[in-house]
Design a binder for this molecule. Sequence first.
Ligand code: NAG
Length: 157
Amino acid sequence: MDRLGVALLAVSLASFANAVVKVLDLDVPESVEIGSTDEIVMVCNFVASKDEAAEMKWFYNGNIEQIYQWIPDSDKPPGAIGRFKERLDVEHSSPDPRAKYNTLKIKDVSYDLSGNYTCKISGIKSEDSQTKQLVVYFHLERPSWMKLQNHQPILYL
Ligand SMILES: *[C@@H]1O[C@H](CO)[C@@H](O)[C@H](O)[C@H]1NC(C)=O
């Protein structure tokens, strides 16, 4: 959704009689090759009507294991929780206070990051969530000894 679309949706949500929260887009890469990047970046874009105090939570593999929490309208800093706590960094990505800490960066890319990531926005009267699956894989290639420049690879048949 483009900026105008988001703005229009925000306006229409704000004019609802009942408070509404909505996850517009959860951006998680489908697959990441080990060694191709130092970190995996995930973004959760949401809207919440003005009278709805929203809370952002991220979960790993279901809706029980929480990995992140942020309350956009509070002064409290966002918090990493649970298994990725030490590897999770929060990007200060936008001057918009409602989007400030919606971007997670997870370091030390390895298989154990594979799984389903859920971003859930909870308001007082409503909640919404989206889930995306991430696959971390290792690209199989010729063993490094075969790449030695002045040596022909030795094949044992
Ligand atoms: C992740 O979600 C996919 C698609 O819904 C499902 O097939 C898979 O079992 C889930 N994986 C885990 C670890 O929950």
